[in-house]
Design a protein around this ligand. Structure first.
Ligand code: SF4
Length: 302
């Protein structure tokens, strides 16, 4: 069971400077090792990135969120459904799978938790009814990794499908969603994480991977986008720009710069949902959400 970290007795401080790489001419720069959530954290709010990845000890997080518990439970149940032998991949297996993976944190009370379980089971039953149990994905919760001139990217894709295309097998990245309704093709097209998974999968498996899909379980809808090699390259370039900004900010702190200036706050509606709201001067002015608030939103909208 996941728990919020214990508050530390001393204030968080920037991580000690890492040894400087010697600047021999022609020597490659150190690559920025990253995941989609690391890049996304900085793009959303540089201060949140600092609290998560730079300050050590990290500031204490707020309590766990029910919507994260629900999402994690559903994702793991689907992963375990694919781990069953083909003849046991039936709807009837789902209740046991979901019980086995259920994360209980963040719910208001047992009644709300039970209702969430029933809802999640309903989503899974409807979703699995659309799948062919005999079709084996190429990967389930599969880690793909790739290096560029700037990045050493790695990430865990929910599912990678291999599907027949006009010139042979083509890959598709599938990402399960359990949050708010209303995902559309713009969400699929704009997702940097999905694009990076596709870029990496194409290189790992040496097969074209241009299609990215968001499978929204509460509504049973799929938002899809077909990338071109150019649009994937553009997303990689954007990720590299973010990585350069992060490295510059980290270097400035390591050189004695003000960490508050290097990693400024980006206040907005998301502060109410931020794990570091109690630590952050901007977040402290924003009313916090109850840990189950997004769950109610899913219940109303889904
Ligand atoms: S509370 Fe808001 S401004 Fe502060 S770290 Fe979180 S998202 Fe950023």
């Amino acid at each position: 069971m996941r728990r919020a970290g214990r508050p530390s007795t001393s204030p968080p401080r920037p991580r000690a400077a890492e040894p400087e790489q010697l600047g021999f001419e022609g020597m490659p720069e150190r690559l920025f090792v990253c995941t989609p959530s690391r890049l996304g954290a900085y793009a959303d709010c540089p201060r949140r990135y600092r609290y998560s990845y730079v300050d050590r000890p990290a500031p204490p997080k707020g309590p766990p969120w029910a919507h994260n518990s629900l999402g994690a439970s559903v994702h793991t149940a689907l992963k375990n459904w694919y781990a069953l032998p083909v003849d046991r991949r039936r709807s009837a297996a789902l209740a046991t799978l979901l019980k086995g993976t259920w994360v209980r944190d963040g719910y208001r009370d047992p009644e709300q938790e039970r209702a969430a379980f029933r809802r999640a089971l309903g989503w899974l039953e409807s979703y699995v009814a659309t799948l062919d149990p005999e079709t084996e994905p190429l990967g389930v919760e599969r880690v793909v990794a790739v290096k560029t001139g700037v990045l050493a990217f790695n990430g865990r894709a929910d599912r990678i499908d291999s599907r027949p295309g006009p010139a042979g097998a083509e890959l598709a990245i599938v990402d399960y969603k359990t949050g708010r309704a209303g995902l559309d093709t713009d969400d699929a097209r704009g997702s940097q994480a999905l694009a990076l998974y596709a870029y990496a999968a194409e290189r790992v498996f040496r097969k074209p991977c241009r299609r990215v899909e968001l499978h929204h379980l509460p509504t049973g809808t799929i938002a899809a986008h077909e990338h071109s090699p150019q649009s994937l390259t553009r997303q990689v370039s954007r990720a590299e720009e973010t990585a350069r900004d992060i490295m510059a900010a980290e270097r400035s702190v390591a050189d004695g710069g003000d960490p508050d200036q290097a990693f400024p706050t980006a206040p907005g509606p998301r502060c109410g949902w931020c794990d570091y709201r109690r630590t952050c001067p901007a977040g402290a002015q924003t009313p916090g959400k109850e840990p189950w608030a997004a769950l109610d939103r899913v219940a109303d909208g889904g």
